[in-house]
Design a binder for this molecule. Sequence first.
Ligand code: F6R
Length: 250
Amino acid sequence: MFYVFSNPQAIAEHVSELLIAQIQKKNDSVLGLATGSTMEPVYEKLCEQVARLNVDVSGLTTFNLDEYIGLGSDHPQSYRYYMRQHLFNRLAFAQHRTFLPDGLCADPVKQCEQYSGQIQQAGHIDVQLLGIGNNGHIGFNEPGTSFGSRTHVVPLTEQTRIDNSRFFDSLDEVPTKAITLGLQDIMESKQIILIATGTNKAQIMAELYESPVTEQLPASVVKSHPNAMILLDEQAAQFLPAEWRDTLES
Ligand code: F6R
């Protein structure tokens, strides 16, 4: 389940190949997408390979994990903006089937119910991409979130706001709430690929490796999924026991 690669580019290449194989097998696949720095090389490589191999992405439906409450789609730190910049505007996606929660929605709670419902109507997510926060969050499911959770509004922890403040001019500008897919929605995906890169993820990856499946470490739920992979680069894997490392990269 834990696979170590030499660097983020090697992970990006592998994940991009997996996604393309999925799209070629099922051109109307439903993809679950994440934002953040971990995903940038993945989307870069996917754009490159889709263009090179002339892969048709127009039949795909995508659901993103989360969005900040209070940021509109034109705000450069909104996740819709990120997705347009890194993926949606670069390939021929059917834009009306690229779903993210709307950060300016008047009734976020109702929107949450609809979002989980839309995923179920789409037949569930075929492949879900996940990053991981330094506190073990996936999406914005912070420690203590119920494994039975559906899409919901979350107050962001101080730690997550500080981690994400690098993208904003100041900590004050980081929103205090977000909408996130719930852990149960994530776990209903047919396949999960969790990626962690860089030394700042080394501590949490060692904890994840050792941890039982517990709501105190939200990402640990992935270890109980029947079809999940956890991909790390050497830096993120530095505190994992060497004898347990399983290397996919040739
Ligand atoms: C983003 C998301 C978050 C990030 C996590 C890691 O859509 O759901 O859980 O995946 O915070 O972020 P980076 O990749 O920036 O370290």
